[in-house]
Design a protein. Structure first.
Length: 117
C-alpha cells in the first residue's frame, strides 16, 4: 500500500512552515528539498519509507564543500561537534532549533498519514 506521495508530503511541509525549493521524482526513490529560515530539510522517500535530514544552510554556505556536523541530536540532547565553527555566531543554534520545531510538526503530520492512510 502506498503511504507517501509527493502531494501529501509537500502539503504537510507547507502546513509546517517549510518552503519547498526542489523536487525530484524517480521510480525508486524520490527527493524533496525544503527550507525554514536557515534550516534545510532533505527528504528521500519511497511508497512506504521516509528519510529526513535537517541541516543548517548558513553553515553549508560558510563551509562550501566541506560536510561537517556542527550540531547533533543524540538521545534527545543537542551537542556541539565542531570547534572551528562557532554555533552562536549568526544565531545558528536558535535558527536551527526553530527549523527543528517545524520539522517535529511535519513528522507528527506524517505519522498520522502513515498510521491512518
Amino acid at each position: 500500500m502506498k503511504r507517501f506521495d509527493a502531494e501529501t508530503i509537500e502539503s504537510r511541509l507547507k502546513q509546517s512552515g517549510f518552503t519547498i525549493i526542489q523536487t525530484e521524482s524517480r521510480p525508486t526513490v524520490s527527493k524533496i528539498k525544503a527550507i525554514h529560515k536557515h534550516g534545510e530539510l532533505n527528504i528521500e522517500y519511497t511508497d512506504n519509507e521516509l528519510g529526513l535530514s535537517l541541516q543548517n544552510s548558513s553553515d553549508l554556505e560558510i563551509l562550501v564543500n566541506k560536510r561537517v556536523v556542527v550540531l547533533a541530536f543524540d538521545n534527545n540532547v543537542f551537542t556541539e561537534r565542531c570547534v572551528e565553527q562557532k554555533l552562536h555566531s549568526f544565531n545558528t543554534k536558535t535558527l536551527f532549533l526553530e527549523a527543528n520545531k517545524s520539522l517535529n510538526n511535519f513528522i507528527k503530520k506524517m505519522e498520522y498519514v502513515f498510521n491512518y492512510k
